[in-house]
Design a protein around this ligand. Structure first.
Ligand code: 48H
Ligand code: FE2
Length: 260
């Protein structure tokens, strides 16, 4: 027995009134992050915590990006200092010290704690949304937001025009394919953005380089995580995630400073 009398139309109206209010409210944001992987969720946490209106748009119906798959589906994620300290202190994640300066963590714990922390800090997550293009402005050229639609529409390959989300800063956290940087470079040659493509593995230098090159690529557009390696032609690092966390934190610090 339920305590209220439910009708089908009241269920529909509850969904419509609440969902459309959310889409209305988030048609314009401070920061729009594409991708709910490790770098995107880390960035979201620090951005929202700094008081910026932050949305994460994720194509899948789940959080975590490449975290869940970890290394060949084995249930351990490897990280190193200083990400180890940040994950422990800021996100309450339990670490196992494996020696050689390496720690392991549970991928499921990393996914949920990054998501919960980002959400509790004020981030809005929209799942099942495919970002297909950016909004641009001229004089000076800049990225001013995103063109999006539901992932199911993209999967069905149906011609549907997108709707828009305006943003002061857009973050490409789409991983290896750097989808937002790629579409920006392809459609806007006037912006001078080149996507060089990721290089083969060299873990020792890749971890540092990804963090070092994290940041603004054109006005209004920032890259974090593996998208950084794709844009700048940097080597991949394989199944070690410290730089993804450090890159997410770094891009947040840069945006907070730029939007101040
Ligand atoms: C909406 C999209 C779109 C789109 C993609 O791949 P991710 O986990 O990305 P990172 O950079 O945070 O982490 C990379 C890490 O997982 C990894 O692969 C490493 C460290 N590899 C090293 C190596 O050598 O292989 O997450 C990206 C997320 C995913 O959830 C996608 O579904 C989502 O972005 N996404 N969402 N619109 N156009 N494109
Ligand atoms: Fe990867």
């Amino acid at each position: 027995m339920v305590g209220v009398s439910i009708s089908e139309s009241s269920i529909t109206r509850a969904i419509m009134r609440s969902a459309l209010k959310i889409l209305d409210e988030y048609s314009s944001v401070d920061v729009a992050i594409v991708g709910a992987g490790p770098s995107g969720m880390t960035a979201a946490y620090y951005l929202a915590k700094a008081g910026l209106k932050t949305i994460v748009l994720e194509r899948r119906l789940s959080f975590g990006g490449g975290i869940g798959g970890a290394a060949s589906h084995l249930p351990s994620i490897v990280i190193e200092y200083p990400a180890s300290e940040i994950l422990s202190k800021d996100f309450g994640i339990r670490l196992q010290d494996m020696g050689d300066g390496l720690f392991t963590i549970d991928p499921a714990e990393l996914i949920v704690k990054l998501a919960v922390k980002a959400m509790d800090a004020g981030t809005k997550f929209l799942l099942g949304i495919h970002v297909e293009d950016v909004i641009t402005r001229d004089n000076p050229p800049r990225v001013a937001g995103l063109a999006v639609y539901w992932s199911t529409i993209q999967m069905a390959n149906m011609h549907t025009d997108p709707f828009f989300i305006e943003a002061k800063a857009v973050v490409d956290a789409t991983g290896h394919d750097a989808e937002i940087a790629n579409v920006t470079a392809r459609k806007n040659p006037n912006m001078g953005l080149k996507v060089l493509g990721e290089r083969s593995a060299n873990a020792a230098i890749a971890e540092d380089l990804v963090v070092k090159y994290t940041g603004k690529v054109v006005n209004g557009l920032y890259v974090t995580g593996m998208a950084v390696a794709a844009v700048y032609g940097l080597p991949r690092m394989g199944p070690i995630f410290g730089s993804m966390i450090m890159s997410g934190k770094r891009v947040a610090e840069l945006i907070i400073n730029d939007l101040k």
